[in-house]
Design a protein around this ligand. Structure first.
Ligand code: FDA
Length: 325
């Protein structure tokens, strides 16, 4: 499959844009805020899920571009408030200038968090590749120092450093520690990361265990059935379940618009049947809603970074009935 994935990536540059667009439609909620809002209103009404919104785009090449992301996210916050959506936002610090001018990135992100805090909206720092792991964590801790507590971070199960990072963040932020744990989309080198499926899954399980023991809020971001099964067992062992207040003595107060100490999170368009089953069982499930003009670049980049995703694209092309949200 790895070779097959790489073949698909090879033909990607000559794949007609409309074809990439047709596949991307399943994973991207359109180009505009209006299209993202329609997607959320429709899905929220039909399924009862909640959302986190991502403006497509990441590492920028000039600091001026950072302003576009700041203004667009401000418009997203206004739209969440106007439509009373059960939604928060996910941002990539490099899109705000972290790799070009960290001072400006801090200023931009502080402004965004302040605006979000006024409306009780939570902000998640997505985690990008290893070049910015530490600086993203530093930014999280700095924002909490400024009493902007409406922000949490993503950690990647594949990285060797993740357990240490969890402990540092929990020791520093205590009941305000709020994580999303995922496997990690960036294929990092074996010097710093697990590269095998079972080891990454073990890393996920250990990371979740440590987060739960520390009383943190946990967004469990995966579509992998064995990982979900293991997570459900861990939650049950902690006495955590849907529609029951978080029983952990060291957990913080119940958070507005959040689950009882945990929630599941999935990407738009991926494993809808699994998402609906978790919702039916009463779990809080948050859907990641990417939108924006950069859908084409996003689709290409994701494919280049992780050729295994090409398999899902190919399946959608040859089995179009499988291309449903
Ligand atoms: P795995 O890759 O083993 O997939 C399990 C199954 O899910 C597959 O067999 C397939 O059926 C299905 N599947 C998975 N991905 C699919 C796709 N794109 N299209 C179709 N089917 C797919 N990563 C990161 O580095 N930083 C981040 O900030 C985030 N943020 C984030 C938020 C949310 C809400 C989610 C769900 C994921 C992320 N990720 C991420 C991505 C994450 O690290 C990981 O790459 C993907 O979720 C795939 O890993 P799984 O745990 O789903 O397992």
């Amino acid at each position: 499959m790895g070779m097959f994935g790489r073949m698909v990536v090879g033909v990607l540059p000559i794949m007609p844009r409309f074809m990439v667009g047709w596949v991307a439609k399943r994973y991207v909620a359109g180009k505009t805020i209006d299209s993202a809002v329609s997607t959320m209103l429709e899905m929220g009404k039909k399924e009862g899920c909640c959302f986190t919104v991502d403006v497509l785009g990441e590492e920028i090449s000039s600091i001026e571009e950072a302003d576009f992301f700041l203004q667009e996210y401000i418009r997203v916050i206004d739209a969440i408030v106007e439509h009373q959506l059960d939604a928060n936002i996910s941002i990539k610090p490099t899109a705000f200038g972290l790799l070009i001018d960290p001072d400006i990135a801090y200023k931009n992100i502080q402004e965004l968090l302040t605006k979000a805090a006024k409306h009780d909206i939570f902000v998640r720092f997505d985690m990008e590749d290893h070049r910015v792991t530490q600086t993203t964590i530093d930014m999280l801790l700095k924002m909490h120092e400024l009493e902007l507590n409406n922000v949490g971070i993503v950690l990647q199960a594949r990285l060797f450093r993740t357990l240490d990072d969890i402990q540092t963040i929990c020791d520093t932020l205590d009941v305000n520690a709020d994580f999303r744990i995922c496997k990690g989309i960036y294929l990092e080198s074996s010097e710093i990361a697990h590269t095998e499926y079972h080891r990454i899954n073990n890393g996920f399980s250990e990371a979740l265990e440590l987060m739960l023991k520390n009383g943190s809020y946990c967004g469990i971001a995966t579509h992998d059935k064995p990982v979900i099964k293991d997570s459900l067992i861990q939650l049950r062992n902690m006495g955590m379940m849907p529609d029951k207040p978080d029983p952990r003595k060291n957990a913080g107060p119940n958070r507005k618009m959040k689950g009882p100490g945990y929630e599941f999170q999935m990407l738009l368009g991926v494993r809808g049947e699994l998402r609906r089953r978790l919702l039916k069982d009463g779990h809080k499930v948050r859907v990641y809603i990417p939108f924006g003009e950069k859908w084409y670049e996003y689709s290409h980049r994701r494919l280049r970074e992780n050729p295994d995703i090409a398999w899902h694209v190919t399946k959608a092309l040859f089995m179009p009935w499988s291309n449903r949200r």
